[in-house]
Design a binder for this molecule. Structure first.
Ligand code: NBP
Length: 507
């Protein structure tokens, strides 16, 4: 087989097929391979004429021979052992040390770090997060590349061509193209993020933020439904209205669409009311939360969103408990409905600011841990289009980090500070109502706890340190002594008089 393709792609499930077509729409010839050959044959037969062209390959040897040098390959298979299996197969099929192998799946960033190092003598392994689902992959995803900077120079023309585009001035996504007619102009939603696992790390945090964004929307929905007794289509109209304001985002827009959807099996019912309330998850929210715990960064709202899905999944237990556990006997809400609707919107916006503050704080810590130099303005900018969390709000985050690239926490940016100062009364009011009416709103509540904790000069950790010293001689620092000096007290339980012992290190 003659080497005519600009790039090879392995894995023709939802993401692989759509990304291959997107690349071909931009005039690049794509050689495609899938483990199950029939899928590849079907795919190539159904898309015989694309601007760049597809080359169907039945084996990895054919695939490697079909791609022009410097050879580039995209892997889009299930994250985990399948990625290593594919890389080994490619190497056995003739991939060489200078060939670039890009894993575009949702791989754990530490796997990407390991793979880049482990394969370095045999190929240039590169990681690139892809967000936007099926439609994003087809017409413009947000792409988060990380790896060897020289490899990036070879990938850049393709990545920038296929990524979603936003308007340079407003940051608004430019409408997706159509098959064979890609978007022209605009700023691409991709940028080199850093070495080894940086791209996959940022993608993971993107997904963690996606979890909390969805949970917050779900809490706004349940509060309005349960406090005001709104029907799904009425709720849909509320979300559609919100989508014209600061909350303008892909997730709010699809929520409005979902709430207006009738059940295909019963046109008198709304589909959302027939969907079982047990949420699934694939693991990226959990990875984000575990990493936050590992690094000691308080991403509590993101973790709360993961736990909320876990609690939802205990459907049978919840049904049984609902018959046994009492809630409050609060009379139905009888206040101003329009004012409450606005208050829920404000609560959602304030909580969202906290959630993003946590996600970006996590990335700030990770760059220290892995010696990356992440550009947060650029990260927010490439989230503006193509990805699931795309939102008007991301222009505000981009602006915040462009104003101050060293910003310690988003909450401290003047715009976000002003937003929370203005809306926190409503936020607190809504959480009070949720509590009084026994409605679970864990993400709203945990975001507020983060806000109040972060702005507290004094937290009760003094008591915790004293307790730790009492039972475990873990020592403590004193408010009237410099940081880094540690003391231990002989507490009364010992029967000896209280006595401070100066030490050099805490436990
Ligand atoms: P899946 O994650 O469902 O994977 C299916 C593909 O992997 C098929 O092409 C399958 O080949 C191939 N595959 C497997 Br499984 N094991 C293999 C092996 N050992 N060797 C070769 N091929 C193997 O596909 P997807 O939903 O398109 O997602 C691809 C990647 O993109 C995943 O990492 C996913 O997490 C990520 N992602 C998905 C989305 C989304 O919205 N779906 C969004 C963003 C990122 P077969 O046909 O022979 O079984």
């Amino acid at each position: 087989m003659e080497a005519t393709a600009d790039i090879g792609l392995i894995g023709l499930a939802v993401m692989g097929q759509n990304l291959a077509l997107n690349i071909a729409d931009h005039g690049f010839k794509v050689a495609v391979y899938n483990r199950t050959t029939a899928t590849m044959k079907d795919f190539v037969a159904h898309h015989a004429s694309t601007p760049g062209g597809l080359v169907g390959c039945a084996t990895t040897q054919e695939l490697v021979r079909a791609v022009k040098r410097p050879r580039k390959f995209i892997i889009l298979v299930k994250a985990g052992p399948a990625v290593d299996a594919v890389v080994e197969e490619l190497i056995a099929a003739g991939v060489e040390q200078d060939d670039i192998v890009v894993d575009c799946g949702n791989s754990l960033w530490t796997d990407t770090i390991r793979r880049e190092k482990g394969y370095s003598a045999r190929c240039k392994f590169f990681g690139s997060g892809v967000s936007g689902g099926e439609v994003g992959a087809r017409f413009g995803p947000s792409l988060m590349p990380g790896g060897d900077p020289n490899s990036w120079q070879h990938l850049k023309p393709i990545w920038e061509a296929v990524a979603a585009k936003v308007d340079e001035q407003t940051g608004k996504p430019i409408e997706t193209g159509a098959p064979g007619k890609p978007v022209v102009g605009g700023v691409p939603c991709t940028a080199y993020l850093g070495p080894n696992g940086a791209g996959h790390y940022v993608k993971m945090v993107h997904n963690g933020i996606e979890y909390i964004d969805m949970q917050l929307i779900a809490e706004a929905y349940t509060l309005l439904r349960d406090l005001l007794g709104m029907r799904a289509d009425e709720l849909g109209r509320v979300f559609a209205r919100w989508n014209d304001g600061d909350l303008d985002s892909y997730l709010i827009q699809i929520t409005a669409d979902i709430l207006g959807q009738r059940d295909p099996h019963d046109p008198n019912a709304f589909l959302v009311d027939r969907v079982l309330d047990a949420a699934g998850q694939k693991g990226t929210g959990k990875w984000t939360s575990v990493n936050a715990l590992d690094m000691g960064i308080p991403a509590n709202a993101i973790a709360e969103a993961v736990f909320a899905r876990c609690l939802s999944a205990l459907k049978e237990e919840r049904v049984a408990a609902s018959g046994q556990l009492q809630g409050p006997n609060t009379p139905p809400f009888a206040g101003d409905r329009a004012a409450l609707t606005d208050a829920v919107r404000d609560a959602l916006y304030c909580s969202k600011i906290c959630a993003y503050a946590q996600g970006f704080q996590l990335m700030r810590e990770a760059q220290k841990e892995y010696a990356w130099k992440l550009d947060f303005g650029t990260i927010a900018a490439i989230f503006r289009g193509g990805c699931i969390i795309r939102a008007r709000f991301l222009q505000k985050i981009t602006d915040a980090y462009r104003r101050n690239p060293e910003l310690v926490n988003l909450l401290l940016d003047p715009y976000f500070k002003e937003q929370i100062t203005r809306a926190q009364g409503n936020w607190r009011h809504v959480i009070g109502l949720a509590s009084a009416h026994g409605i679970a709103a864990p993400a709203f509540m945990s975001a507020l706890a983060y806000y109040d904790g972060y702005r507290s000069q004094h937290l009760p950790a003094n008591l915790i340190q004293a307790q730790r010293d009492y039972f475990g001689a873990h020592t403590y620092e004193r408010v009237d002594r410099p940081r880094g000096e540690f003391f231990h007290t002989a507490w009364p339980e010992s029967g000896r008089p209280e006595q401070a012992v100066r030490g050099s290190g805490g436990h």
